[in-house]
Design a binder for this molecule. Structure first.
Ligand SMILES: NC(=O)CCC(=O)C(=O)O
Length: 260
């Protein structure tokens, strides 16, 4: 099974959800001309890291963002991995990702499990507690968020649960772009899965962001990689490659779960 995937590597207007929604609508309308099966947005694309204003600008129960993304998915008959948004609920504010199928149905939700202290997330956000598993056109997938990639055991847990494609949405700064590249390629090789990583471009008052959105195959080959500028990247992935690589070097069968 083949799947054409487009990552939207956009700049994000600091603390301005309505402006960012306009940008996403325009970018999705542009992306759809190439007929992708899946469109992927970056982390916190509605607000950016305007954390001190989240009380005011976070999305109440994520409803507004869900409706917006659902309508786009249904209108264009495309699966959407909806980056993440700041969701405000009675449990506090979370950095939350939604997944939509071609009918605009929300097929999964994931809230960032590892909060990134270097960017003050722990002062403003609550961590999630569940995995981000979902399916796209029948393929087993997972979604995780930015700093989560530094935890190989968390990514492995999704692969052990069957994920063949892991979507990473991010606001990863340029200062650590080599970590970003190396970690993503490593996660693809060690889990023998596709990694589809959508990072933001541009800057905010504290950081310049790396861009370098990437699609990596289960052998660790980079199929496509963006520059640091706002852009879109597209790759067609072949799900059969996952089984092929896992058969060639059967690391899942060879794991010593009696030892670790
Ligand atoms: N938004 C994030 O989680 C950034 C993570 C990051 O920059 C890192 O180095 O890790």
């Amino acid at each position: 099974m083949r799947m054409k995937i487009t990552c939207i590597q956009m700049d994000i207007e600091f603390g301005d959800p309505s402006k960012n929604k306009q940008v996403v609508e325009a970018e999705v309308t542009k992306a759809i001309k190439e007929h992708p099966d899946v469109i992927v947005l970056p982390e916190l694309w509605t607000t950016g890291y305007d954390l001190s204003r989240l009380d005011e600008i976070a999305d109440e129960n994520g409803l507004d963002s869900q409706q917006f993304l659902s309508e786009l998915a249904r209108k264009y008959k495309v699966n959407i991995v909806g980056g993440s948004i700041a969701k405000k609920s009675s449990d506090g504010i979370t950095n939350t990702m939604y997944f939509f199928d071609r009918n605009g149905r929300c097929v999964g939700e994931y809230s960032k499990v590892h909060l990134f202290k270097l960017m003050d997330e722990h002062h403003y956000l609550q961590a999630g507690n569940t995995k981000g598993l979902f399916t796209v056109d029948g393929a087993s997938c997972a979604g995780i968020i930015c700093y989560d990639i530094r935890f190989p055991e968390w990514v492995r847990a999704h692969a052990v649960d069957g994920a063949e494609v892991i979507f990473v949405v991010a606001e990863w700064p340029l200062a650590r772009v080599e970590h970003w590249r190396t970690i993503l390629i490593s996660r693809a090789i060690e889990n023998q899965c596709y990694i589809v990583a959508s990072n933001r471009a541009g800057s905010d008052p504290k950081n310049e962001f790396a861009g370098h959105s990437m699609v990596i195959n289960p052998w660790g080959d980079v199929l496509v990689e963006a520059s640091k500028e706002p852009t879109q990247i597209t790759a067609t992935i072949d799900l059969d490659k996952v089984a092929q690589v896992r058969k060639q070097i059967p690391i899942f069968a060879d794991r010593r779960t009696d030892l670790y």
